[in-house]
Design a protein around this ligand. Structure first.
Ligand code: ADP
Ligand code: MG
Length: 701
């Protein structure tokens, strides 16, 4: 029985009756002793700190004062009868107020005896008071000062209204500890305990709730954060190994004519060494008999597409089909055009499947696909649908992964009996720690170098009052033969207004850049796909000089001659969007510019974003700033942020601990892949407990 102490239902805890049990379950998701134990305080109040009445300020929330009650009387000048105590430290006085239980309080308070009162400070007309404080005779207080840091738990309105307050939660947690010393077991091993001088788990859990002092609290926090990271990383490492061992992958060890012909005849430039390294990584994965699961991170314009195509050619050399999935129709179309173009002369059949592929076209396409007649199928997520059946899909590439959820990634696995190799590509550089927490089961390659000859994109911030100057600059650039993007925000909530802004903007630009001299394209989400493609093509072919658009052009569009990006209402865009948009220029050999237009008055956060953009072109730096501004969950989007629901660890603040935990998890599994060593049994037990519902364990053991 003892072993199961922590999973005892909360209903059985001393102090918890049926009503409270229901509330704890519904409000705090506390079902067992363990849940309550792991409902950590979110802050602590330092009880060794005492305030002087003369030094109280409006900004103080909770205060603790030593003094004497010098008077105690009832006041009835309001609707309710109140008991008011005048509490005095050396020179100053403050009112202490009680509404409830006044009779009992009146009897128990001793005048002119030293007390400690602790409570929430109210201020009204510059006069301070405390309502219903905790009060204790000083002598007793000094004796009973068990812990100097008072834990504060998060609560809900319903809980407080039903009397489940902070003090009660504290008492309940304390009750768990009353006879549990022997039942809170260790869950790491001797090696790790010694390496970090970890305090025992029991002590860590006790001190996280009832810290004796700041030092003990820090030790407890370190241990619990470490544990939390460690077991997640352990899971990633296992998953990674299982992918490698259990899921046999196709062996593409042959590099044949398609790859070589293309490399020798069709490739128009020398690959950067970063690109070569990635190709090398991928070729290595292809020849290991294990399924590849690789994430390719590379800033906008770093040349991921060619890496994708070369990988496809290797798969095709080995008689397998490939697919490239893009997040938008425009992008899919662009990949299709450029890839079809660049494989000209090779006997490779490239097809496209998107939402606007007609029924008739589909019938034909599905048929060819099943018979293995299509080598590269490019498209949107329409490809993921069950109806789309390949003869032998060997490699699936997902472009701009941040728009895809994990679920979609796993859908690809089911296209064959043997899962295809998977390469996901993202242009949103993810800070290392975030990548480790979310893509811990993937191998990661990084292209950290732009093709040669690229110039930095000069980025400036301008407000409406500079508009005429900006227009003059644009005209000069057009005269030099350059093309220009002007982008308007389109935010889901204010769609109507945004379309109006776009149309107003378009109109004023057509006035400023009259038809006789300038041709202007417009592109937005409400247009039909064929109209979009038509406008895209006109711009791409240089028939129009200006492209006015919403963010539909955000991802991946590649037009090297466009060298100026004007972003209207730049204060409304997020950092990663701004960076993506800016990445549309600077693709040719000309000097490129990004002009961030905003109102004169903008929020502080918007200022930081715009300043960051003006100061750096480095996507990784930008994503660090972004993560610090918005938190890691928001960077990933809701689909993946669930992976970041940590109880105590924080991947920004605790990134050093995360690094340690990852390294330790890796070396543990390297040395003892089955966790057979006696020293590792506690880790194994905890891991099994944490992953009871996961199929992973079965594969390992
Ligand atoms: P992204 O990584 O953003 O998808 P692309 O693959 O669209 O970038 O490449 C951007 C541009 O750079 C394309 O025009 C591509 O042809 C070109 N490019 C890619 N690699 C090189 C290289 N090694 N040398 C010169 N140009 C390159
Ligand atoms: Mg791209």
């Amino acid at each position: 029985m003892k072993q199961n102490y922590l999973i005892t239902p909360i209903d059985y805890l001393k102090g918890v009756g049926p009503n409270r049990a229901d509330l704890l379950k519904s409000e705090l998701k506390v079902f067992t002793y363990k849940d309550l134990l792991y409902n950590f305080p979110f802050r602590y109040i330092d009880k060794t700190k005492y305030h002087k009445i003369s030094e109280l300020e409006n900004t103080n929330s909770y205060v603790q004062i030593i003094g004497k009650f010098i008077d105690l009387k009832y006041s009835s000048n309001s609707k309710f009868k109140r008991l008011i105590g005048i509490f005095s430290d050396e020179n100053d006085e403050i009112e202490i107020v009680w509404f409830k239980g006044t009779k009992w309080i009146e009897k128990s308070i001793q005048l002119n005896k030293k007390y400690v009162v602790y409570g929430k400070l109210n201020s009204f007309n510059n006069r301070f008071s405390i309502v219903h404080p905790e009060s204790e005779i000083l002598e007793k207080h000094n004796k009973s000062l068990k812990n100097s840091l008072l834990p504060i738990y998060s609560s809900t309105e319903l809980l407080s209204s039903k009397g489940i307050n902070n003090k009660l939660l504290r008492d309940l947690v304390y009750n768990i500890f009353e006879n549990s010393e022997k039942t809170i077991k260790e869950n790491l091993n001797r090696n790790l305990n010694e390496k970090y001088k970890l305090i025992p788990r029991y002590e860590a859990l006790f001190n996280i709730h009832f810290p004796k002092n700041q030092l003990q609290l820090s030790k407890a926090q370190f241990r619990l954060k470490y544990e939390e990271f460690f077991f997640i990383q352990l899971q990633f490492v296992f998953k990674y190994l299982i992918n490698k061992n259990k899921f046999k992958g196709f062996n593409f060890s042959k590099v044949g004519n398609f790859f070589n012909d293309f490399y020798n005849n069709n490739l128009e430039f020398e690959l950067t060494s970063a690109q070569k390294n990635v190709i090398r990584d991928i070729r290595k994965d292809f020849s290991t008999n294990a399924q590849m699961n690789r994430l390719l991170q590379g800033d906008v314009g770093s040349g991921k597409t060619i890496v994708a195509l070369l990988s496809c050619l290797i798969a095709i050399d080995n008689n397998y089909q490939t697919t490239i999935i893009a997040p938008t129709e425009i992008l899919a179309q662009q990949h299709y055009n450029s890839i079809k173009n660049s494989v000209e002369g090779l006997k490779i059949n490239v097809e496209i499947l998107t939402g606007s592929t007609t029924k008739k076209e589909r019938i034909n396409l599905f048929d060819n696909l099943k018979r293995g007649q299509i080598n590269i199928l490019i498209g949107t997520h329409a490809i993921l649908e069950d109806k789309v059946i390949f003869k032998n899909l060997g490699l699936a590439i997902i472009d701009e992964q941040h728009r895809f959820g994990v679920a979609q990634r796993s859908k690809l696995w089911k296209k064959n009996n043997t899962p295809p190799h998977i390469l996901v590509m993202t242009a949103t550089p993810i800070p290392r720690t975030l990548a480790m927490s979310v893509y811990g089961d993937l191998d990661i390659s990084i292209i950290d170098e732009l093709p040669p000859g690229r110039k930095l994109i000069k980025t400036v911030h301008r407000t409406d009052k500079n508009r005429l100057k900006v227009f003059r600059f644009l005209k000069d650039e057009i005269k030099k033969g350059r093309q220009i993007y002007i982008v308007y925000p389109l935010i889901e909530e204010s769609k109507k207004m945004d379309y109006k802004d776009l149309m107003d903007g378009y109109e004023s630009i057509t006035r400023e850049f009259p038809k006789e001299n300038y041709q202007i394209s417009i592109l937005h989400g409400k247009m039909k796909n064929e109209d979009k493609s038509y406008e895209m093509k006109r711009f791409k072919d240089g028939e129009t000089q200006i492209m006015v658009s919403t963010t539909v052009i955000e991802v991946g569009v590649n037009i090297p001659n466009a060298s100026v990006m004007v972003i209207e209402s730049a204060e409304r865009f997020g950092l990663s969007q701004l960076h993506q948009l800016r990445g549309r220029v600077g693709r040719g050999s000309e000097n490129s510019f990004c002009i961030l237009m905003s109102k004169y008055k903008i929020s502080n956060e918007a200022k930081i974003r715009i300043k960051t953009m003006c100061n750096t072109n480095d996507g990784f730096k930008i994503s660090e700033v972004d993560m610090n501004l918005r938190g890691p969950g928001n960077i990933l989007g809701t689909q993946q942020s669930g992976l970041l629901n940590f109880k105590i660890a924080d991947i920004i603040k605790d990134k050093d601990i995360l690094e340690l935990a990852r390294q330790d998890a890796k070396s543990l599994i390297t040395n003892d892949p089955q966790l057979r060593h006696t020293d590792n049994q506690e880790i194994k037990n905890e891991y099994i407990k944490l992953n009871k519902n996961s199929i992973l364990w079965k594969h390992i053991s």
